[in-house]
Design a protein around this ligand. Structure first.
Ligand code: PMP
Length: 352
């Protein structure tokens, strides 16, 4: 008799990453993507790069790293490119944590954090958001133990859209032990307009224990190509590069990211239209009687508790796919005026 194959026993309890659903005939407001395909300049760059896909990609994403270094005014040695920032989240756990060491984050937050932590054999410490659906930084500080190695601060927070301000974040960083890495996950940074919400890069230069994560998936519209980056201390970046899955950032992704940086102004104008719509959608929802926390990202959060799944099903009946987090709330991507109107119609018709 052959011996059974036994994958790691703890993986049976690994929470599943549930992606936003695509339903034929319905509009998808479930994954915080931006509407609209690539700009012509980006599409052109991608089709040129297609000619090279018989070759392996540049393993070190050197041209993209150089372009970002120029853009962000940081040395190349402080930038790590990853196959989406979710991959960098996983690499951060692998780079920082020995088995059983702790990764601290607010909850609810980005649903990949518990997964990458467990995959990395580390232990999740989840600190509840406060009553305004915002990071409770005081409680997070109090939850730090000698085993804490990594803290994710998702700013703005996915899925609630709330954000921590410069002053609170600075005092938090002052109080975190210097051997604990604080990762400011800024996947939605380009949608922030409030000047009190800091650009995490402000903290990276003089704090070796702070890193910033960004992505080309959201504002830059390249979710399907998978490319993101981390900016941090050289030692952290070196470690991230060591745990990088070889060649995982493909040629098309590298090329498209560079072309998108070249079209930055146009892409950011598209974001500003979404920001305008965000205000309109939130106001309309509040007028319809929903609680909607102030949001700084390209989505709104409806803390519907036990009515969450019913709301998502009701929206789907009206051909709008939203993202339910059962028992907690619904996250809805802000999109074009027409798509937002369809969603608002569905929301107004929801009986509570
Ligand atoms: N961080 C946050 C907060 C996110 O919401 C997401 C995407 N949902 C990511 C990271 C990962 O994005 P990507 O892997 O597409 O770069």
């Amino acid at each position: 008799m052959s011996a059974p194959i036994n994958p790691r026993a703890d993986l049976a309890a690994l929470p599943a990453y549930v992606p936003g659903r695509s339903v034929p005939g319905a509009i998808k407001l479930a994954s915080n993507e931006v509407p609209g395909g690539p700009l012509p300049s980006v599409a052109d760059a991608i089709s040129h790069a297609l000619q090279e896909v018989n070759r392996y990609p540049d393993m070190g994403s050197q041209a993209l790293t150089a372009r970002l270094a120029d853009e962000l005014k940081v040395p190349e040695s402080r930038i790590a490119i990853g196959c989406g920032s979710v991959s960098l989240c996983q690499q951060l756990v692998q780079a920082m944590c020995a088995p059983g060491e702790e990764v601290l984050y607010a909850w609810r937050s980005f649903e990949a954090y518990p997964i990458v932590t467990q995959v990395g054999n580390a232990t999740s410490i989840k600190v509840p958001l406060d009553g305004t659906h915002t990071h409770d930084l005081a409680a997070m500080l109090a939850a730090i133990t000698p085993k804490t190695r990594l803290i994710f601060v998702c700013n703005p927070n996915n899925p609630t859209g709330t954000a921590v301000r410069r002053r609170e974040l600075a005092s938090f960083l002052d109080a975190v032990p210097s051997d604990v890495l604080v990762v400011l996950d800024e996947a939605y940074r380009e949608f922030v307009t409030d000047e009190e919400i800091p650009d995490g890069l402000e903290f990276v230069a003089d704090r070796p224990n702070v890193a910033v994560l960004r992505t080309f998936s959201k504002a830059y519209g390249l979710a399907g190509l998978r490319v993101g980056y981390a900016v941090g201390h050289e030692d952290v970046v070196t470690a991230l590069r060591k745990v990088y899955v070889a060649f995982s950032v493909n040629t098309l992704a590298q090329t498209a990211a560079i072309a998108s940086l070249g079209a930055k102004d146009e892409l950011l104008t598209r974001c500003s239209r979404i920001v305008e719509e965000r205000g309109r959608v939130r106001t309309a929802l509040i007028e319809a009687g929903f609680e909607v926390p102030e949001t700084h990202a390209n989505f709104v959060w409806l803390p519907l508790g036990e009515r969450t799944v019913a709301f998502a099903e009701h929206a789907l009946d009206r051909k709008v796919v939203v993202r339910p987090f059962a028992g907690d709330g619904v996250r809805v991507t802000v999109s074009t005026p027409d798509e937002n109107d369809l969603f608002l119609e569905a929301a107004r018709a929801f009986e509570r």
